[in-house]
Design a binder for this molecule. Structure first.
Ligand SMILES: [Zn+2]
Length: 251
């Protein structure tokens, strides 16, 4: 189970929850704490968060907090980070965080993930063009892209999958996709997109904030993937488990 954070304010909660679950659950439950700033919370970064840390290559403080977590927890990954072109501020009618700011925060975290060779869980809503542009810039830079990328609650089209694989790498174990019942299952195009992705690149997810909804969501994911791909539920469970182990670097 991967537990995503959204802002430095919840890093300690994610860390403590991961720790408690490990203590009180059977040994075969693997917990992956994830640290990052989500696009919805970019606007919550304060001036103080943006102050440069002179002792740490002038990185902004919030990024130093992400890096400290990654270094302290070697099995943690970067997430949930990304870009959102549909999260508006009701008062102004504009995006809650300007896209240029979201790109800056996303890019800094992608570069950090590449530096520490960690996988990344990526959120993208209605801005796949900006995502492609940003990924190409990072790919051409000296740091390069992170080793593994997971596009969660994927709302792109079939053609977007080809573009992402061309950009991020087609080799097995590099790029994964997930679909969440709360986000994706009402769209009639999702089953076609699932078939285009294929079982080898799929990971189960709930995308719920409340843990009580997680088991049912995961069961719904298995049902949906099995019927979309016309394979048995057991095969979906086995393969998505192997995929998750590969993506999160578990053994
Ligand atoms: Zn998301």
């Amino acid at each position: 189970m991967a537990i995503m954070s959204t802002h430095p304010k919840d890093f300690e909660r994610v860390r403590d929850l991961s720790h408690d679950l490990k203590l009180h659950q059977p040994d075969d439950l693997k917990i992956v704490p994830c640290f990052g700033v989500h696009p919805w919370w970019v606007s919550e970064l304060t001036q103080e968060d943006w102050q440069e840390d002179s002792a740490r290559d002038a990185l902004p403080r919030w990024l130093v907090e992400v890096e400290d977590m990654l270094v302290t927890y070697p099995h943690s990954i970067v997430g949930e980070i990304g870009l959102d072109g549909f999260h508006f501020d009701r008062a102004t009618g504009g995006l809650k965080a300007p896209m240029a700011k979201q790109v800056e925060v996303f890019r800094l975290q992608m570069e950090l993930a590449a530096k520490h060779q960690r996988p990344v869980s990526i959120h993208t809503v209605q801005c796949f063009g900006v995502l492609m542009d940003t990924l190409s810039i990072i790919k051409k830079s000296t740091v390069k892209l992170p080793p593994k990328m997971y596009f969660h609650a994927f709302g792109g089209k079939q053609g977007t999958i080809d573009q992402l694989l061309a950009l991020c790498g087609r080799e097995p174990g590099k790029v994964y996709f997930g679909f969440a019942p709360v986000i994706n299952f009402r769209s009639p195009k999702t089953a076609d997109v699932v078939r285009k992705v294929g079982l080898d690149r799929l990971v189960l997810e709930s995308d719920h904030e409340d843990a009580q909804f997680v088991p049912k969501s995961i069961e719904d994911c298995v049902d949906f993937l099995a019927s979309s791909l016309d394979v048995g539920e057991e095969e979906v469970i086995q393969q998505t488990t192997r995929n998750a182990f590969s993506f999160y670097g578990l053994d």
